[in-house]
Structure formats: C-alpha cells, structure tokens
Design a protein around this ligand. Structure first.
Ligand code: ADP
Ligand code: 5GP
Length: 220
C-alpha cells in the first residue's frame, strides 16, 4: 500500500533548554554526554569557567577556560546569560549560542548548578526543563568522586562538603532522578526529553497543521 504522504509530518516547535544539575559526582555529566552522543537534535551549552582544566578535558569541548579577569570582562559586558561561583571558581553560560539555538528551534543542554538553573528559570521559564540528579547514597557519591580520579583530595572534600547544600535545592526542579543504575537513569532522561518535545505549548506549528487538516476535504 502507498503511504498517505511522501514525507513524515513535521510540526515546527520551539527549542527546549534542558538543565541538568546535581551534587558533584552524582553523574550528571555522564548522563549529559550519553544523551549528546545518542541524540543529534540536542547541543551542549559550553560554559566558561575559571576552574583549572582537568587532564581529560578539552578546551572548547568541555569548557572555555578563562582567567578571572577574562571571566569578569565577559560577565560585565552582559555576554553571559547566567553565572555563579561554585566550589570557589566562576562558571557562566555564554549568551549568544543559546539565543541563536532558541531562535532556530534547536534544543540545548545545560550542565549547570542550582544558582544557574534559578537564573535561567527566571529569564526563560517557558523554555526551561530542569532535572536534578541525586546519588543513591552519600557513600556512593564519595566513591564516585574518588573513582573519577580527576580532582585532588582537597577538591573532592570541598565538593563533598558542598553536596548537602546543593541537594537541598532538589524541589526547585521539574524532575528528580536517582542515578543508581546508569541505564535506568538515562532511560528516564530520554523519556523526559521525548515527552517535553511533544508538549502542545512548545509546538507552535500545530496551529497551521490543524488549520490545514480541517481545510482538507477527503476525496471519495
Ligand atoms: P558529575 O558530572 O555529576 O560531577 P560524573 O558524570 O563526572 O559526575 O560522574 C562521576 C563518576 O561517577 C564518574 O567516574 C562516572 O563514570 C561515575 N558514574 C556516573 N553514574 C554512575 C552510576 N550510575 N553508577 C556508577 N558510576 C557512575
Ligand atoms: P565541574 O567543575 O565539576 O565541571 O562543575 C562544578 C559545578 O559547576 C557543577 O555543578 C556544574 O554543573 C556547574 N557549572 C558548570 N558550568 C556552569 C555554568 O555555566 N553556570 C553555572 N551556574 N554552573 C555551572
């Protein structure tokens, strides 16, 4: 049988801003990386930071590494959509790539802390979908920070000490996931993205689609 139409129906929609936060070590970057690898319709917002580069990190891929002076210049010229001090370093989201992605209806993923999530929620609430990732236990959180083996013991201790204050913000998020089994947690994130892309209020193209649908008179 011939298909009804030669190409699948495409409904224009706004891009969504997927914000993922967690205490350090809970696994948000692992989940984010997996999503970016599988889903080509979502891009990563690459933050600027004054934190020293980790051995595995690549300039421009994981972060744009800046001096404090350079960071302050960006912040003071309004080039950052949001910024915060986290674990003693500055982090911020460059404004321009986000505004461009949203205008073009592309989705973007933000691996940012609760302070950044709050700022994006205030500025662009209609576009933000936020997920908070929790570790299954505090003991496992500590083990993961050690297993990652990219930070000094001092840095790990600072991050662990800050984790309880970060976890306190879990209720500010749309979704909360416990990252016990990675596959299960990742499935949950994929389901959220799939459903959020289908939300009526994001799909402005539905107006034209329904109008044309109702104008059509089927031939007998
Ligand atoms: P975050 O970005 O939240 O700081 P990472 O994604 O860097 O955390 O994960 C910290 C460490 O924990 C990494 O070594 C990662 O491979 C590991 N990890 C992430 N999720 C799980 C999981 N569900 N089970 C076991 N280890 C995990
Ligand atoms: P890390 O040093 O482990 O890469 O990140 C430390 C914390 O800073 C994490 O909670 C991460 O999500 C957050 N972070 C990274 N980039 C940004 C950003 O641009 N803005 C904000 N507010 N937080 C960020």
């Amino acid at each position: 049988m011939k298909p009804a139409k030669s190409s699948p129906v495409q409904i224009a929609r706004r891009g969504l801003m997927l914000v993922i936060s967690s205490p350090s070590g809970a696994g948000k970057s692992t989940i984010a990386r997996t999503l970016l690898g599988i889903d080509k319709n979502i891009g990563l917002s690459v933050s600027v930071t004054t934190r020293p580069r980790r051995p595995s990190e690549v300039e421009g891929v994981h972060y744009l590494f800046k001096s404090v002076r350079e960071f302050e210049r960006l912040r003071d010229s309004d080039a950052l959509l949001e910024w915060a001090e986290v674990h003693g370093n500055f982090y911020g989201t460059p404004r321009e790539p986000v505004e461009q992605a949203m205008a073009e209806g592309r989705d973007m993923l933000f691996d940012i802390d609760w302070q950044g999530a709050q700022q994006l929620q205030e500025k662009m609430s209609a576009d933000v979908v936020s997920i908070f990732v929790l570790p299954p236990t505090m003991t496992e959180l500590q083990s993961r920070l050690h297993r990652r083996a990219e930070d000094s013991e001092e840095v790990i201790q600072t991050r662990l000490a800050n984790s309880r204050a970060e976890i306190a913000h879990w209720r500010e998020y749309d979704y909360v996931i416990v990252n016990d089994d990675l596959d299960t947690a990742f499935d949950a994130v994929q389901s959220i993205v799939k459903a959020e892309r289908l939300r009526r209020d994001r799909r402005h193209g539905m107006f034209d689609f329904v109008r044309e649908l109702l104008e059509e008179t089927p031939k007998l």
